[in-house]
Design a protein around this ligand. Structure first.
Ligand SMILES: [Zn+2]
Length: 195
């Protein structure tokens, strides 16, 4: 019986061995291809600091109410009543009450928290893609420090009147946007047409 059984199996393989082998090979091939596809490395995710397409970057409002006090001008001169002179204003100023919360316009990393007499307390936020957002005229109790990673919409300061060069304008946020080191119009990234 046993001998007959093995003989039968042997006969079977002699007759169909080629097809069994071929079938197994195909099965293994399909498995390898499937695994290769499944394990394909995921595309690079641009979390906070990956490449940002500047055409599609949209800031969340840096203050809840965008009450534009002074717009951006690259070369056109605007009157600065505090300094009594005409100057370009490569920033947008938003009037707001003293203490109004100021928000991170995008996810980013705080690169600098500084103070200078002319621009007051300043927070610089690197949001990737070559874009740095500069918040000036902030109150002195800045809740973030250099190196902090912040989320879009989180509080990074409060409006004040610490920019002595714009003191006559009252409490406001002076917002600058640097694209690859050049001061560009923040309105490119914000919808300030409607208030
Ligand atoms: Zn300003």
């Amino acid at each position: 019986m046993q001998a007959n059984k093995y003989t039968a199996i042997s006969k079977f393989f002699k007759k169909y061995g080629y097809w069994v082998g071929l079938g197994l090979s195909i099965a293994v091939l399909i498995m390898v291809v499937t695994l290769a596809v499944v394990n394909k490395p995921a595309p690079m995710e641009d979390e906070n600091f990956g490449p940002v397409n500047t055409d599609t970057v949209t800031f969340t409002n840096p203050v809840t109410q965008l009450d534009t006090l002074k717009t951006y001008s690259n070369s056109a001169l605007q009157y600065n009543s505090t300094l009594n002179l005409w100057q370009a204003h490569k920033a947008v100023d938003f009037a707001a009450e003293e203490g109004t919360e100021v928000y991170a316009v995008m996810d980013g990393k705080v690169t600098e928290v500084t103070y200078n007499y002319l621009m007051g307390n300043i927070v610089k936020l690197d949001i990737g893609g070559g874009i740095t957002v500069v918040y000036a005229s902030l109150a002195s109790d800045v809740p973030v420090k250099a190196g902090d990673e912040v989320k879009k919409g989180s509080v990074i300061g409060k409006v004040s009147n610490t920019a002595k060069s714009e003191a006559n304008d009252g409490p406001h946020l002076h917002l600058e946007v640097l694209l690859n080191g050049e001061l560009v119009d923040p309105a490119l990234y914000l919808d300030i047409s409607e208030k």
